[in-house]
Design a protein around this ligand. Sequence first.
Ligand code: 26W
Length: 786
Amino acid sequence: MIAPPTTVDGFVTEFLLNLAQDRGVTLQDSTVDDRYLALVRTVRGHLAARRLETERAPRERKTICYLSAEYLLGRQLDNSLLATGLEDIAAEALAACGVDLDELRAHEIEPGLGNGGLGRLAACFVDSMATLGVSSIGYGIRYEYGIFRQSFENGQQVEHPDAWMRGGSPWEFPRPERARIIRFGGAEDGWAVRAVPYDFVVPGYRSGAGILRLWSAEALEPLDLPAFNAGDYERAVRAKTFAENLSKVLYPDDSSPQGKELRLQQQYFFAAASVGDVVDDLLAGGGTLDDLPERAIFQLNDTHPVIAVPELMRLLIDEHDLGWDTAWAITQRCFAYTCHTLLPEALEVWPVDLLRRLLPRHLDIIYRINEEFLLTVRERLGEERVAAMSIIAESPVRAVRMAHLATIAGVKVNGVAELHSQLLRDAVLPDFAEFFPQKFTNVTNGVTPRRFLRLANPALSALITEAIGDGWVTDLERLRELEPFAEDAAFRDAFAQVKAGNKKRLNDVLRVRDRTEIDEEHLLDVMVKRLHEYKRQLLRLLHVVDTYEGVVSGRVAASALQPRAVLFGAKAAPGYVMAKRIIHLINAVAGVVNDDARLEGRLRVLYPANYDVTLAERVIPAADLSEQISQAGKEASGTGNMKFALNGALTIGTDDGANVEIRQLVGDENFFLFGMTEPEVAALAPAYRPGESVDAGARRALDLIASGAFSGGDRSVFEPIVTNLLTEDRYMVLADYRAHADAQARVDAAYADPDAWTRAAVLNVARCGYFSSDRAIRDYQERVWG
Ligand code: 26W
C-alpha cells in the first residue's frame, strides 16, 4: 500500500500535488475553496489508508450495524486531523506554504444531517465505536439538504435550505458499484428507485476506523428520452425528480411525527438498502443466513428504521426461500431498539392505509407477526391486554405502532438514562416490560470526548493534560485524577483563565457571524437545545423578564444585579407555531432589555441564529451556567447537559433525564437543583390550575409581556403565550417558577465567590468522565450486543 505522508515535507508535497491535480491551480492562484479541497484530499488519503488497514485486520465476529435516520456530524476537518495524529504536521506544512489553516477550518460547511440530540448521539456513537475498535457500520440517508438554516426577520424564525453539498462533499467516497434497487408498492402499481451509497470514513482516535454509509436516491432511468425528443422536457425528467426527492431533505420535526408519506418512503428506502447491503456482504463472504445473528446486529436508533424488521423477514422468505418460523427465529435475534423519548406524541405510528399502498407485503408480514404475538399475550396475560399490546392501534385510524413492533422484534429495548429507562418500563411500555422483563435495560447516553473536550476546548485540554497526562482522551474516567487539583489555588487560577479565554474565543465567532458579543466579565448563562415547550425556554425567559421588571420598576437597583449574559440557541420545527412564537418573544425581550440603559449593561440577552454543532463547539466551553430545566419526566436524557459539565459549567437543572446522574456524580453542592420531581408532576397534573396561584414574580413578568412592552405596545402579539401559560401550561412552567427563580438567586450568590465557583467547576469536570460515549458503547456491548 502507498503510505500517505507523515512528515511535514511529505504533507506539503501531497497538498501541492492535490492542488495541481484536483483543482488544476498553483498555490499562487488558488482560492480558499481550492486550498480547502486540496487539504481535505490530503487528509482523506490518510483516512482511506486507515480504513483499508482496519479492513485487513482479522474480523470480529459481529458487526454493529447502527441504523439511524439522522447523523448530526459537525465539521470533519479538525476531527480528522486529530484522529490521524496529523494536527501538528498539517499546521506546520500549511504554515510553510503561507496558508492560513484557520481560514480553511472556517470554510467547511458542517453536514447537518440531523435535528438535535438523537442525531448528534449517533455521530458520537460512530466515533466511539471506531475508537474502541468495534467492528461497525453506521447506515443513514445522504440528505441533499440537512437541517434548515435559521435566520431571524423582525425577531421571527425564517428557514432557508441547507445546501451543505454546494461546493461538493469532499469527505465522502461514492460507492456506485454497491448501489441497490429499492421497490415500493405492489405487483401492479410498483415502482423503484436506486439507492447509491456514499461512505464517510469515521476515523478512530489514533487507531481504528468505521464507516458511515449514507444512501442517496436516484432514478433507475435518468431521462425519459422519447419524452425529451417529443419536446416534453418536464415529463422527460419527472421520474428523476420524483426519485431524487427521496433523499432530498431532512424532515425538520423533532419529537412530533407528521405521518408524511415521503418520510415513510425515506425510512423504508434506507432501512431496506442497509439490510440488503448487510445480507449481501454476509453471503459474499461465504456466510449463510443462519449465521446472520452471530455476524450482525441492527441497532435501531428510535423507531425511524423499524420497517427494517419486516424487510428482513421479506428478504429471508421471499428472496431466500426460508420458511416463516426460520425467518422469524433469525430476525428476532438481529435487532435491538433504543427509545429516545417520553412524549406520547413522539411515538411513531403509520396508518395502515398508507402502508397498504406503499408497502403491502410488509403490512402483511406485520399483521402475521402481530397475530402470533397476540396469541401468546392472550395465553399468558389474558384477552383484556390484547388491545393495548397490539402492534395495530384501532383509533383514531388503524395504524401500526412502530415502538411495539420494535419491542417485539428486538433482543433488547433500552432507554437513554436511568430515569428514562425506568419510565419506559413503568409508563411508556408497561405491558411489554411485564411480558418481556429481561428485554428492558438502560444505557445512559454519552458524548465523545474528542470533539466536545479535546477539540472544542483546546486550552482546558492542555491544562488537564499538563496535570494528569493525555490518557483521558480515550479513558475519560481518568478525569477523576483532577479532583485533588480542585484544592490547588494555582490550578483554579489557570482554570479560570481558560474559561475567560474561551469567552474571547466565543466572541471571535459571535462578532463575525452575529455582529454581537458577550461581556467577558459577565456570568455566561446558556440554554441551547431545540425549541420545545417541554424544555421550557419560557421558564428561563420569564425570569429574565422578572429581573428586568424589577430594575425598571425601581424595586431592585441595577447595581445589585450579578452581571449576566443569557444566551439562547434553538431552532423550532417549521410547523410548530407556539415554538416559533416563543422564539419571537425571546428576540423581542432581547431587543428591549439590551437597549435599556437603566440596566447599566448588567443583563444582556443574546440569541445567535442557526445554532449548530459548529457554534456549540464555541459556546459550550465558554459557558459558566448550563440551563437544563425541562419538566421532570419529559427529557429522555439530554446530552448537552453532559457537554457543559465536562467543560466546567455548573448546571441549574430539574431532576430529569441524565441530570439526575450528573447530580449524583458531581454532588448536590456542585449542582443547582430545583423544581418538582417526576412523581410530584404526576401527582399535581390532574388538578393543576395554572392561573390560580401565580407567583408574584411570574405575574409581573406575564403582565409586562401582556402589556405590549416587548411588542411596541401591541398586546395581541404575545397574548397566546400568556394565555396558554395561565390556562393550560402543559409543562407546568408556572408551578416551577418560584423554585427556578430561587435557584437563580443561589447561582448569583455562588458566582459572587469566584474561587469557590471555580472549585465546583473543576469538580464537575473531574467527576463527569462517566459521560463518555466510549463508556456508553461498552455498556451496549455488555448489555445489548452480547
Ligand atoms: C418526527 C418524529 C420524531 C420523533 C422523535 C423525531 C425525532 C424524535 C427524537 C426521538 C427526538 C430526540 O432527538 N430525542 C432526544 O434524544 C436524545 C439522545 O438520546 C436525548 O438526549 C434527548 O433527551 C431526547 O429528546
